[in-house]
Design a protein around this ligand. Sequence first.
Ligand SMILES: Nc1ncnc2c1ncn2[C@@H]1O[C@H](COP(=O)(O)OP(=O)(O)OP(=O)(O)O)[C@@H](O)[C@H]1O
Ligand SMILES: [Mg+2]
Length: 334
Amino acid sequence: MSDSPKPVLEVENLSVRFPSQRGEVAVVDGLSFQLRAGESLVIAGESGSGKSMACRTLLGITPDSSRVDADRLDWKGQGLLALDRAGWNALRGAEIAMIFQDPAAALNPLITVETLISDAIRQHRGGTRAEVRARTIEALSRAGFPEPEFRMKAFPGELSGGLRQRVAIALALSCEPSLIIADEATTNLDVSIQAQIVELLRFLQADLGLALIFVTHDLGLAREIGGDLMVMYAGQAVEYGRVPEVLEDPCHPYTRGLLRSAPTMASDRNTPLQPIPGTAPRPGEAAGGAPFRARCPVAMERLCERENPGWTRVSDTHRVACHRFAAEGRGGVQ
Ligand SMILES: Nc1ncnc2c1ncn2[C@@H]1O[C@H](COP(=O)(O)OP(=O)(O)OP(=O)(O)O)[C@@H](O)[C@H]1O
Ligand SMILES: [Mg+2]
């Protein structure tokens, strides 16, 4: 839409490389995406596909041995790659906050919930003691933490997994960021708590106008979150589109495989699950051709070995990187 606001996040040709015995290898390889305020992006893909590493570049927390490059990595028009330590510290938490996979590991067990959150607020926003306390209680209640005035004296270890995850969300919300990155934030929770946390994130996003990046293995959760969906394989985006488009009309053989192997798809209840045969390539192994070629049921011998497919347009908002689709359309990837 021409009247939609400028994206808050603009990423073009992002890569993260590590040195290895075989030379430098890319674990994130040529990602491009944009995100507007109040919108969400779901990043899905198997373990090791580079989802977390891509998110880490947005907080400047990739490992020291990594090399991050991009034609553009802009937050509200500001180039992130040029930030120094002070610049990152001002941005992290205050503008962009991340909720990690394992709340137990992310929360310091030796300090109370209240201290944890009020320290973050004091650091980024300041304020009098009374103001900081009020903001702490507000962040906890927004995150659905029950009776925060009384229970915020607890240590993380005294709380259930679901409540710890709410504390992690409150911590992310405490400085009123514009972008929240939830990296497998619900993976360790049981299904009913997972649904509550997903609903909470969606509510907060709508209520506070936040941008949200939601990382998951579970394409069923993508449906709950909505927005755009980027499917990653071996560090690359292989399909990108609005969530319903991609889930209802998957055009990449990998996306189709993921859907067939997912236990959450309502349409698949009567058909047995089919895991994708083979294993994901090690970093660097898939370079050069189509990244999924070694496991792809419709790979084309020479083309997919040699040439990385560029994007083929499916609709204005949906694109796929697949030689077979480019050559034969949907019929070729059934
Ligand atoms: N410090 C490091 N040095 C070299 N390679 C690394 C390092 N950390 C991670 N990697 C590699 O980067 C790749 C991407 O890892 P990443 O954690 O982003 O995957 P992921 O998609 O988030 O997986 P998961 O779903 O398991 O969380 C993996 O192959 C991993 O082995
Ligand atoms: Mg990860």
